[in-house]
Design a protein around this ligand. Structure first.
Ligand code: AMP
Ligand code: MG
Length: 408
């Protein structure tokens, strides 16, 4: 039997996940801009254009020279042309002249200020300015947002819609991103039946598959669900070997504890390389991470079968593995909230409760823990929208204590 850490602290497990992920970082690929949303950048992005590319108007109105304005307002200008967005007409204005201009249109030569249409009265080719603008008002200066060569984004950044838009504004049609891992999802257990089929006594419906598929899809992955595996060592080995040679990541759930029918740990100990088994967290303690070894190149993340354990282990260790594999540089946002009700842990282990977030009258985030804290109580998880992280050690949490929360 191989040697691996067991019953480790959550922080130790996180460190091992990071190391395994770094060793298995996925290669980069070119990706069409349109498909880059949510991906992790594999290379820095530098500006090839200055932004804005030319001085232009921030308003619909009239472009003029500020020096020609009379301080008391009411100055009349001669309308010398029209400059709309999308063309450069090479217009130039002289003393006392103005041009009509629209938002985004290049500023005519000589002009330095734009007066909003709403602050003018037009009479034929005379434009009277009714309100004195500040010099340079409503002009967007060339290069004020970025200069050629500026580093706009860094390798490891997640491509939010704003970042994809930033790349689009630079004219980039393709980006270097990390390949997304391919993921196989297995549920295991003789008792499981698919929704829509009749149940016999002792059987339950498979709820974890959909939970896992949803959690994985929420990360932008396209997981492949395999038929549920019976609690049979031969069937489990054959399916996991198949997937281990075809996917980057194999996520299993169930059969990973110490029961008579829990065959996953023995298989991975014999055929793979277990990196840890059992983390001091509740729920989710039996979680196991392994490299495939003789089962293939895939990583194996084996989650316990209780539905709330699946949620807690995926949101913490699973997503961390995923982020590391994709070279994500930015840590996930960490949120804290005040406990709405006091809570007493029955043990010292790190605990992830379920709770509902809301904003208190003082504008501070509050979380109401759900008292149904059993790891089988899916209803409480469904009634909630965040995990509450109560660290290893202290057991008493008075109302108002500040706790870390993980929205889901
Ligand atoms: P296990 O980790 O296999 O010992 O399972 C722990 C508990 O989770 C048992 O009550 C199982 O019946 C339940 N369970 C395991 N897999 C699933 C699943 N896919 N959907 C719903 N419940 C499950
Ligand atoms: Mg089972």
């Amino acid at each position: 039997m191989s040697d691996f850490p067991s019953r480790i602290a959550y922080a130790t497990a996180c460190g091992i996940v990071d190391g395994v992920a770094a060793a298995g970082e996925l290669p980069s690929e070119r990706c069409a801009l349109q498909r880059a949303h949510g991906r992790v950048l594999a290379a820095d992005v530098h500006a090839v254009l200055q932004q804005p590319p030319f001085d232009n108007s921030a308003m619909d109105g009239f472009a003029l020279r500020h020096a020609d304005l009379d301080g008391d307002g009411g100055t009349a200008f001669e309308l010398a042309g029209e400059q709309f967005a999308g063309t450069t007409l090479g217009l130039r204005i002289g003393p006392g002249q103005c041009t009509r201009i629209t938002t985004g249109a290049p500023l005519p030569a000589g002009a330095d200020t734009v007066v909003m249409k709403e602050n003018t009265v037009v009479d034929g080719d005379r434009v009277r300015v009714q309100e004195m603008p500040a010099p340079g008002q409503h002009v967007r200066r060339a290069g004020e947002d970025s200069a050629v060569g500026d580093r706009l984004l860094q390798a490891g950044d997640v491509l939010s819609p704003s970042r994809v838009a930033l790349c689009a504004s630079q004219g980039l049609a393709e980006l270097d991103v990390r390949r997304r891992p391919t993921v196989a999802v297995f549920t295991t257990g003789d008792e499981l039946v698919e929704p829509g089929l009749p149940l016999r006594p002792g059987e339950i419906y498979n709820s974890n598959r959909e939970q896992l598929m949803g959690l994985l899809r929420a990360e932008g992955l396209e997981p492949v669900a395999w038929p549920t595996l019976p609690d049979d060592p031969g069937a489990i080995e054959s399916a996991l070997r198949h997937a281990g040679n075809a996917f980057d990541l194999v996520v299993t759930c169930g059969g990973v504890s110490a029961g008579e029918k829990d065959h996953v740990p023995a298989l991975l100990q014999a055929q793979g390389r277990v990196r840890f088994w059992k983390v001091r967290m509740k729920p989710g303690m039996p979680v196991l991470l392994a490299e495939g070894g003789r089962l293939g190149d895939a990583l194996f993340l084996c989650l316990p079968g209780n539905p709330v354990s699946v949620l807690a282990t995926w949101l913490t260790l699973g997503r961390r593995l995923l982020d590391g594999l994709q070279g994500r540089r930015e840590p996930r946002l960490r949120l804290h909230a005040r406990l709405g009700t006091e809570w007493h842990k029955r043990h010292e282990r790190l605990e992830f409760l379920r709770g509902r977030l809301h904003c208190g009258d003082d504008g501070v985030l509050r979380i109401e823990p759900n008292p149904a804290d059993g790891s089988h109580r899916m209803r409480a998880a469904a009634d909630s929208d965040a995990l509450i992280m109560l660290p290893e050690g202290p057991r008493a949490y008075p109302a108002g204590s500040v706790v870390e929360v993980l929205p889901y």
